[in-house]
Design a protein around this ligand. Structure first.
Ligand code: FEO
Length: 169
């Protein structure tokens, strides 16, 4: 059985994952509003992935006879400035999430809860990927700079990747 402290912390992380999903969905809507459908598609996929993270914590709690208590999800911003500013926020957000996961891992270790520590190792690895893909986006947008043709090409490329992924499913 999970300790009360771990249950409280995991419940908070379920909410954080839902907030991440909400944040990226809001960013996707913003991208659509400025006609970058490819960037919007990337953010939508990211938003959906956050839901799978939330549900992985949800299921883990139930597997360990924990009590899931859902919290209020905060309202995300709706304006994000330039593409570079927005994707820099994605990267910063992912770094914050990595910090949250690391603190959860430290709590599990301090309680000698090995099963939770092992479960959290999956998330620690996942955060490496999450930070890398956000960082790649920031770097690509930086390369495009103020060149709107280059940004549009990047947008179309992302839209193509989305179509290819759907075709492969
Ligand atoms: Fe659930 Fe993007 O970390």
């Amino acid at each position: 059985m999970l300790s009360q402290d771990l249950q409280t912390a995991i419940n908070a992380q379920i909410k954080n994952e839902y907030y991440s999903s909400y944040l990226y969905l809001s960013m996707a809507a913003y991208c659509e509003s400025i006609n970058f459908a490819g960037f919007a598609g990337w953010l939508r996929r990211q938003s959906e992935e956050e839901l799978t993270h939330a549900m992985r914590f949800f299921d883990y709690m139930l597997d360990r006879d924990g009590r899931v208590v859902l919290d209020t999800i905060g309202q995300p911003p709706s304006e994000f400035g330039s593409l570079l500013e927005m994707f820099s926020q994605v990267l910063e957000h992912e770094k914050e999430v990595s910090g949250m996961i690391n603190r959860l891992y430290e709590l599990a270790q301090s309680e000698n809860d090995h099963a939770t520590a092992v479960e959290l190792q999956w998330f620690i690895q996942e955060q490496v990927e999450e930070e890398k893909s956000a960082s790649d986006m920031v770097e690509n947008i930086k390369l495009a700079g103020d060149n709107s043709a280059a940004l549009l090409m990047l947008d179309r490329q992302l839209a193509g990747e989305s179509t290819n992924e759907q075709a492969a499913e």
